[in-house]
Write a protein that binds this ligand. Structure first.
Ligand code: 6PG
Length: 241
C-alpha cells in the first residue's frame, strides 16, 4: 500500500484535486483494461464532485458506477446516496443505465438485499465466493466519529471478513455497506474529507495507535493506493510525521 495525504486550501480546491485524481485513474484504467469501475461515497461532501463529473466529456459506456454504501431507503428518498448521485451527475450524462449498479433497498430484510447485491457484484466481476474483486477507485468519506462507508464504530459490519456487502447500522437505522476486505482490495481508495468537525477523528486515525473498532477508517488499508484528500479546515492541525 502507498499512502498519500494532501491538504488543499479550501473545499473548491479539494473537489478540483479529487476530480483530477479520479480522471487520472479513469483514463489509465480504460487505457489498460477498457473499463473503469468506481464506487461512490454518500453524505454531503462529494456532491460538488459529482456535479463536476457531470461536466466532463468521458467515454461513458466504459465507466461503471457503484456505491460503497447506501442508506436503506428508496432511491427517491432525500437520504438516498443513489438519488443524490443520480440528480447531481448520472442523470446529466449519457452513461448506459446498465453501467449504474446501485445497492438494492427494496427487500424487506436488508440482509437479503446485501446478499442480492453481493451476487450482482460477483456476477459483474466474475469472482467466486472467497475472492474479492478490486475496483479501480473507491471514493470514501469519513464521519465526525471516524466511520467510513457505513462501517460505524463498534458494529458487526466491521467484523465481516468473507462477504463483499454487509448490513451496517447507524443508531439502529439499517444501511448496506461494502466490507473492509472488499474495500481493501481496491486498486485505489480516496478519502475525501472536508471541515473542521473532522479534525478530532482524523487525529485518531492518523495517530500511531488507536482503537480500530472506535475509528473504523483505520481499518482501510488497501492493497493499492490510499489517498487522503483534506481541505485546510480538516487537515490544518494534523501531524503528518
Ligand atoms: C453516508 C456516507 C458516509 C459519509 C460520511 C461523511 O452514507 O453517509 O457514505 O460514510 O461519507 O458520513 O459524510 P459528510 O460528507 O456528509 O460529512
Amino acid at each position: 500500500m502507498t499512502k498519500r495525504v494532501e491538504v488543499l486550501a479550501d473545499k473548491p480546491a479539494l473537489i478540483q484535486r479529487c476530480l483530477e485524481l479520479i480522471l487520472e485513474k479513469l483514463h489509465a484504467a480504460i487505457a489498460e483494461r477498457g473499463r473503469f469501475t468506481l464506487a461512490l461515497s454518500g453524505g454531503s461532501t462529494p456532491k460538488p464532485l459529482y456535479e463536476a463529473m457531470a461536466q466532463q466529456d468521458l467515454p461513458w459506456d466504459q465507466i461503471h458506477v457503484f456505491w460503497g454504501d447506501e442508506r436503506y431507503v428508496p432511491p427517491d428518498h432525500p437520504d438516498s446516496n443513489e438519488g443524490m448521485a443520480r440528480a447531481a451527475w448520472l442523470n446529466q450524462v449519457p452513461i448506459p443505465a446498465i453501467n449504474i449498479h446501485p445497492m438494492p433497498t427494496d427487500a424487506a430484510d436488508p440482509a437479503v438485499a446485501a446478499q442480492t447485491h453481493e451476487q450482482e457484484l460477483r456476477q459483474f466481476f466474475q469472482v467466486q465466493p472467497g475472492s474479492f474483486p478490486g475496483l479501480d477507485v473507491i471514493l470514501l468519506g469519513m464521519g465526525d466519529d471516524g466511520h467510513t462507508a457505513s462501517l460505524f464504530p463498534h458494529t458487526e459490519a466491521l467484523l465481516a471478513r468473507h462477504s463483499l456487502v454487509t448490513v451496517g447500522n447507524k443508531d439502529g437505522q439499517p444501511r448496506l455497506t461494502f466490507t473492509v476486505p472488499f474495500i481493501n482490495q481496491a486498486h485505489c481508495v480516496i478519502f475525501l474529507v472536508a471541515g473542521a468537525s473532522k479534525q478530532p477523528a482524523l487525529a485518531e486515525i492518523f495517530a500511531p495507535v488507536a482503537d480500530e473498532m472506535t475509528y473504523p477508517a483505520r481499518l482501510i488499508q488497501p492493497q493499492g493506493e490510499l489517498w487522503w484528500l483534506l481541505d485546510q479546515a480538516a487537515g490544518e492541525n494534523l501531524s503528518l510525521a
